[in-house]
Design a protein around this ligand. Structure first.
Ligand SMILES: C[S@@+](CC[C@H](N)C(=O)[O-])C[C@H]1O[C@@H](n2cnc3c(N)ncnc32)[C@H](O)[C@@H]1O
Length: 240
């Protein structure tokens, strides 16, 4: 590996960026993602954008320190709309809530294009983001899982296909079986963490005498975990 390091969460996003992509990191903050991708030769130019000047200043400082200033364009801007017309092929929107990511996509109509790849790493409300994508013409091509700092994360790769579909509760919660899943070990951890969270919430409701109807989704998730543990398929690994 080249002299560049990235945590497991951002590495899962980096691994989904295409070779020689015109890359934009929306909400770049420290710019670790473009710096890594430039250093390993996956891309040769990048846009680093942020809505806040403090994070963008930190991005500039890190890019300067890495001697990559001539290869990164910085933009102080809300979302991805300002990049329309710049020819960006691969967009990363990472480290934000699923609702904010969906909102950023919704406000940038140029992302509804089959040539564009979206690499989305939601920190929360993943179910909202999956539902948004699939009901607005985007296909979820893959989900890449990681374990970082004691937590499990997913990174969703999505492209516009123009066909809409509604997801089942289980699909929204943990992903669509048809897509490719990368890193089965971390995927099992991700699914088990979701299951524990559902079980805790159910136990809390039942002990307080409240109504609870999550038994069906809990059983479906238990069955899925068992299937994934027993299956050797869909067991890709990320590489750079
Ligand atoms: C938690 S940081 C994540 C940084 C990096 N992408 C990562 O995953 O490690 C979120 C960044 O998104 C920026 N941000 C929040 N809302 C944004 C928006 N609407 N458009 C662009 N950047 C945004 C914040 O200023 C912050 O720097």
């Amino acid at each position: 590996m080249i002299d560049a390091k990235l945590n497991a969460r951002l590495f899962s996003a980096a691994s989904l960026v295409r070779q020689d992509a015109v890359f934009a990191d929306i909400g770049t903050d420290h710019a670790y993602l473009p710096i890594f991708l430039l250093k390993v030769g996956r891309i040769s130019r990048a846009y680093a954008t942020d809505i806040n000047s403090g994070p963008l200043a930190s991005a500039r400082a890190n890019v300067e320190a890495a001697a990559l200033s001539d290869r990164v364009s910085f933009m102080l801007t809300d979302g991805a709309a300002a990049l329309s017309g710049e020819g960006v092929t691969d967009y990363a929107i990472c480290g934000m809530g699923g609702e904010l990511i969906a909102d950023i996509i919704e406000r940038a109509p140029h992302l509804r294009c089959g040539e564009v790849r979206l690499i989305l790493q939601p920190m929360s409300r993943q179910e909202h983001l999956r539902r948004y994508l699939c009901s607005h013409g985007f296909a979820i091509r893959s989900e890449s899982y990681s374990y970082d700092g004691g937590k499990y994360y997913t990174c969703i790769m999505s492209e516009y296909v123009g066909e809409c579909r509604e997801l089942t509760e289980l699909e929204a919660l943990v992903g669509i079986e048809k897509c490719q899943f990368l890193n089965t070990g971390a995927r099992i951890g991700y699914l088990e963490a979701k299951l524990s969270s559902l079980e805790r919430a159910r136990a809390g409701r039942l002990s307080s005498g409240a109504e609870d109807r999550t038994d069906i989704i809990i059983s479906a998730l238990r069955e899925l975990i068992s299937d994934v543990k027993n299956s050797k398929s869909n067991n890709g690994e990320e590489t750079i």
